[in-house]
Design a protein around this ligand. Structure first.
Ligand code: BEZ
Length: 259
């Protein structure tokens, strides 16, 4: 199938909280060490931006911080409130959220690659922090899922024109954005994070179903099946390990302080 995708509007990603918690718990489990970087202190006021189903929000609260989870998906917020009824969660957009009081820290895991335009999110984050407040984040970095995206484009019969539903920056792209918005970057790293997917041979197609709506939304069930099979075949040698798929994630991780 060949399609000119040059004018394709990006379908909005929708979120399935049950599928996320059942098959994609690696997203928040892999981020537990991010908490050490955040180092939440008792009584600190912290926002978990893009809190999803609230697992990391709860870990921050366990350290004694007063934490508010924000997410732009009503389904995720409903699931978070249900699982953690004592914690505060609100629907909000990362590019425009405001808070009544300046925050001590903003934490964001596996979210900012979804947010456009990235500068608007950095501006909102900067506005929400007190001077000296910290921004601690990790998300998809330059080269993330490159092999998977290439296999997907090949299966779809589309040239890779560099369009992505995601923003995967290098440090050289992201650090200036932070500096422009009044931050000092204290720590930045870009690293490979091969990520074992759950549910064995279904792992890759589950990942594509959960995160790949941009590519798959307009396909019917038979077309999707064909795409899944072609992508699986194309990636088998590179990304299949013994009994599971291992996603070719790359991560950018940063700590910045508001001046
Ligand atoms: C990530 O967490 O790195 C990621 C998640 C979904 C799509 C792309 C990247």
């Amino acid at each position: 199938m060949t399609r000119d995708s040059s004018h394709r509007p990006a379908p909005a990603q929708t979120w399935n909280a049950a599928l996320y918690d059942r098959s994609h718990s690696f997203v928040y489990k892999a981020a537990a060490d991010m908490l050490e970087l955040l180092n939440p202190q008792p009584g600190e006021q912290i926002i978990d931006l893009g809190c999803g189903t609230g697992h990391l929000t709860a870990m921050i609260a366990d350290r004694g911080a007063r934490v508010l989870g924000l997410d732009q998906s009503a389904e995720m917020i409903a699931a978070a409130r249900k699982q953690f009824p004592k914690l505060a969660f609100e629907l909000a957009d990362a590019t425009s959220f405001t808070v009544p009081e300046p925050q001590d820290a903003i934490f964001s895991n596996a979210v900012l690659h979804w947010v456009h335009p990235p500068g608007a999110a950095v501006e909102a984050i900067s506005r929400a922090l007190r001077p000296g407040g910290r921004f601690v984040t990790e998300f998809g970095g330059k080269g993330c899922m490159a092999r998977t995206i290439a296999a997907l484009n090949t299966a779809l019969g589309e040239p890779d024109l560099g369009r992505r539903p995601w923003f995967f920056p290098s440090i050289a792209e992201y650090a200036p954005l932070l500096e422009e918005h009044g931050f000092e970057v204290r720590f930045a790293t870009l690293f490979d994070r091969p990520t074992p997917l759950e549910e064995g041979k279904h792992g890759l197609r589950n990942w594509l179903t959960m995160f790949g709506e941009y590519y798959l939304a307009r396909l019917d069930a038979a077309e999707r099946e064909r795409i899944f099979q072609e992508v699986e075949k194309g990636l088998h040698d590179e990304l299949w390990r013994e009994d599971r798929w291992v996603a070719d994630y790359r991560r950018i991780r940063l700590v910045a302080v508001k001046l």
